[in-house]
Design a protein around this ligand. Structure first.
Ligand SMILES: *Cc1c(COP(=O)(O)O)cnc(C)c1O
Length: 369
């Protein structure tokens, strides 16, 4: 079976997890501290690890003061987590359209949706592509709103010679099992804003002030005061153990993803039925490989027929503004989102695939279509 995506785990991760189990300190301690230091070096700025990417987004929004009666601009085509993280704060996700070329948030449409309640924009770096960050950052500063980047797909992506997350406002990543690197589950927030960072550090441990420092030295807080809402959103040593070893292997993992995506592009170049999305894989680490199918397509039947050939395909993502929970407040149709979604198809992409696997996928897809 050629899987759409999967975790890639070597002997190093297994050994490191066993070490943690042997030490019998499974919660948040040394390994989380070590993973945070390694990631901080990777990005060249401070960061905090949390239990998953959704929590990262929610805590980032809340640390910026986003809450009830506020609005956050977000593209409709994204993982449900972006929308749920916004509504978890009590704020309203305002669904925006995407550009046809790169499937990233359409800033023209976002501009039309700005109101006095708009506090932030949450761009989603779909498939690993950040798009033009200069334009995005300019848009946010002109409109005096914060940028909470949903960079769950974009770990390792470079824009203008700089890593995504190494600059900008607040960048959130996910380390779930199938992302560019994993810590089993997990996520993080990277920012130079120390006020935001310290709020998140407390909020991930039930709002107990400076509990992080205690835990990293193997202690806990017995006497404390709490002045804000917090959650149990911290990362565990078991998760961090996986993440530490994954980060060491990141060059190998990301090079493989890039190589496979470039090969897909090459094989699909002449096709008039299956169109790849133009992306610069010298700088972009692809999390998923998405194509559009031209003409009338029965996507479900393509999916079933591919499965018979041992190939999993999918489609990312159902537009969130059409879901019952969000549609009442997102009444306007999103033209490009709604016309492109039925034609989106995600092909298998993970570092355990070979070039021959990719060739097989493209051949079978061409035959079926
Ligand atoms: C994976 C993902 C998230 C959430 O991350 P989790 O770690 O799964 O909570 C958020 N946004 C996007 C676009 C994602 O793909």
């Amino acid at each position: 079976m050629i899987k759409l995506s999967k975790s890639i785990i070597s002997a190093a991760e297994k050994k490191r997890v066993l070490d943690v189990l042997d030490k019998e300190f499974l919660g948040m301690g040394n390994e989380v501290s070590e993973f945070e230091n390694a990631l901080s070096q990777f990005f060249g700025r401070p960061m905090v690890c949390v239990v998953n990417g959704t929590a990262a987004l929610q805590l980032a929004l809340q640390a910026c003061g986003v809450g009830p009666n506020d609005e956050v601009l977000v593209p409709s085509i994204t993982y449900l987590a972006s929308f749920q993280a916004i509504s978890a704060t009590g704020a309203q996700p305002v669904a925006c359209d995407i550009n046809e070329t790169d499937l990233l948030i359409d800033l023209e449409d976002a501009k039309k949706k700005i109101t006095s309640k708009t506090k932030a924009i949450m761009p989603v770096y779909y498939a690993g592509d950040s798009g033009n960050l200069d334009l995005l950052f300019k848009f946010a500063s002109q409109n005096r709103i914060r940028i909470i980047e949903d960079a769950a797909h974009a770990f390792g992506t470079i824009y203008d010679n700089k890593k995504v997350g190494s600059y900008g406002d607040i960048t959130c990543f996910s380390f779930d099992g199938i992302k560019n690197i994993t810590s089993g589950e997990g996520g993080c927030i990277v920012t130079s804003d120390t006020t935001v960072l310290n709020k998140i550090k407390d909020a991930r441990l039930l709002g107990v002030k400076k509990d992080t420092e205690k835990r990293f030295s193997g202690k806990r807080s017995w006497d404390f005061d709490v002045s804000s809402q917090g959650w149990r959103y911290h990362m565990s040593n078991i998760m961090a153990a996986i993440g530490i070893e994954q980060l060491k292997r990141f060059d190998e993992l990301s090079e493989k993803r890039k190589k496979l995506a470039i090969y897909y592009d090459q094989l699909l170049k002449g096709s008039n039925k299956v169109k790849s999305i133009k992306r610069d894989y010298k700088n972009i680490v692809p999390h998923i490989y998405v194509v559009t199918i031209n003409g009338e397509v029965e996507r479900k039947s393509i999916q079933e027929k591919m499965l018979i050939k041992g190939i999993e395909v999918g489609y990312h993502y159902q537009p969130n503004h059409l879901l019952s929970f969000y549609k009442l407040n997102n009444k306007l149709p999103l033209k490009i989102t709604e016309s492109i979604f039925p034609r989106l198809l995600t092909l298998p992409l993970h570092p355990d695939l070979s070039l021959d696997d990719i060739k097989y996928v493209v051949n079978e897809l061409n035959k079926i279509i």
